[in-house]
Design a protein around this ligand. Structure first.
Ligand code: CUA
Length: 305
């Protein structure tokens, strides 16, 4: 299959071409009428308009035909980019659950060993149709990565479906597309399309509990003895919070706060010291920590690759 954006783009081009032909036709008819019924032709009299049954049938038939053609083309495109659930023409080779929350994303990969949970960075294999189930933990969000998907809302109490397809490896950017509160704009979506082998290795790594944390042992103590532990999970430790993103491999992500900062030790420190400065209204509170505790926490979290 081709990326949904290409299918949608091709359809838009055809519809635009049809609209352009109609525009030319209407303009030509106007010019002809202005000339044909000009005042000098019938001095002192408005032109006599008489009924023309054939013309009326043709005039009604042509728009009907155009609408039927556009309808057929459109349902074909919908089938092409549709998910398996929506009767798409290409079966999915992979499934992911995406959950929107104020203001970040959780992704769950079903595997034989249970769900692999990651946050804010969705990896998919290239050239593979991926069906995404869309849910929300709170209000309405909308999932949209223009280059590789259509746009579908996440509605409370409902599971919607969307097809992703990337024809090239690389990083694709998207954005929550339904206003969902004060930090709606910072609900960025990052999708990384990997070669199949790279994807498999990535998923295996994400499935593991947190690695050797001896270098960050002090930071882990800080994490476990502060508010952090009540909202975040780090598999392999006692941290099992579900309100915020899973942090088991947070050090390996490219951004912090769903796109608000690039993930560097300096930014991690700034973010932990005052999340409200970078994402005002975010549910991540400012936790008062000493400089030494902050440093230890940064070392620990950045070490979780
Ligand atoms: Cu989530 Cu806008």
């Amino acid at each position: 299959m081709r990326p949904p954006a290409e299918a949608i783009g091709a359809l838009a081009l055809i519809v635009t071409a049809i609209a352009f032909v109609i525009f030319l036709g209407v303009e030509a008819a106007l010019l002809y009428s202005a000339w044909r019924f000009r005042a000098s032709r019938v001095p002192g009299l408005a032109p006599q308009i008489t009924g023309n049954r054939t013309l009326e049938i043709v005039w009604t038939g042509i728009p009907l035909l155009i609408l039927v053609v556009v309808f057929v083309l459109m349902t074909g495109t919908m089938r092409e980019i549709g998910t398996s659930v929506a009767g798409g023409s290409t079966p999915a080779q992979m499934k992911v659950l995406a959950v929107g929350a104020q203001w970040w994303w959780e992704y769950r990969y079903p595997t034989s060993g249970g769900d692999v949970i990651v946050a804010n960075e969705l990896h998919i294999p290239v050239n593979t149709p991926v069906d995404v189930d869309l849910e929300t933990a709170d209000v309405v969000h909308s999932f949209w990565v223009p280059e590789i998907s259509g746009k579908t809302d996440m509605i409370p109490g409902k599971t919607n479906h969307l097809r992703l397809y990337a024809a090239h490896t690389g990083t694709y950017s998207g954005q929550c597309a339904e206003f969902c509160g004060v930090e709606h704009a910072w609900m960025r979506i990052t999708v990384v399309a990997d070669a199949q082998g790279d994807f498999d290795r990535w998923l295996q790594a994400q499935a593991r509990p947190r690695g050797d944390a001896s270098a960050g042992a002090q930071g882990e103590k800080v994490f476990m003895s502060n508010l952090c532990v009540s909202c975040h999970a780090i598999r392999g430790t006692d941290a099992k919070g579900e309100a915020g993103p899973d942090l088991t491999h947070v050090g390996g992500r490219t951004t912090l706060g769903a796109g608000v900062l690039t993930n560097t030790p300096q930014n991690m420190r700034a973010w932990l010291a005052d999340p409200q400065k970078y994402k005002p209204g975010s549910l991540m509170p400012r936790v008062p920590l000493s400089d030494a505790d902050l440093d230890a926490l940064v070392t620990y979290l950045e070490g979780l690759k």
